[in-house]
Design a protein around this ligand. Sequence first.
Ligand code: DGL
Length: 261
Amino acid sequence: MKMDFDNRPIGVFDSGIGGLTVLNRLAPSLKNEQFIYIADTLNLPYGEKNKDELTTIIKKIFDYFKELNVKAVVMACNTSSAQVYDELKELYEFQIYPIIQITSKCITQNTGLKRLAVFATNATINSHAYSKAIKSFAPAMEVYEHSCPEWVPMVEKTLKDYDENDLILKYLKPALDFKPEAIILGCTHYPYLLNQLSCFADRSLFIDPAIPFADYISEHIVKSSNVSGNLKFLATSDCENFKNKAKIFFNIKEKVELLTL
Ligand code: DGL
């Protein structure tokens, strides 16, 4: 039976501030929805964890969302979409939106792209989730994939003593040698580096998956009939630090609550 409305909340999560790039696009277009954002700061960075570790971690987040009776979970995290989506999608009844699979679908439809580069975390690149998903929609696509392990700690400000330009060019230069028509920023933390990246390559070259991903969700989700939505933020450690770091991108007015999973 098709439901016209569903007033239950929507869960969104990432290891830290990265997923806010998705929420930032999603919340304004779904003004009547209640969003619960989990920043799993205790387990950051996800990109350096193995599949078993990530499965255990993400299962706890999904179980918590289940307790909250969410209607959908937005995986605003490429690493978890790469490593655990296939396994977890069978275990939960709510709708799950994985960023890699949906982005790959959107950017291969009617765009005429033939050569793509992807930057992502170690765990995402090692899984080849992007190239597999892209080729499932566009088998002839040439895909260059590379991990940029320092970029998440650089955005989260946990990296010490580094030259930002060096760390950008280390990965950007070989990717540009591949002559891609577009470069996917396949970690939700990476769009925070767009200004720096644009110093060395045309900004229009970079795809921020948050845009097609959030737009797809806005179009497909069963909407709420509430008159006004709201946002709730939870972090698994260091709430104030998360709130402060988020400021560069997202002004969190609400109190960030500590979540113990
Ligand atoms: N922002 C996440 C992603 O899109 C995770 C980054 C990390 O914690 O390593 O992959």
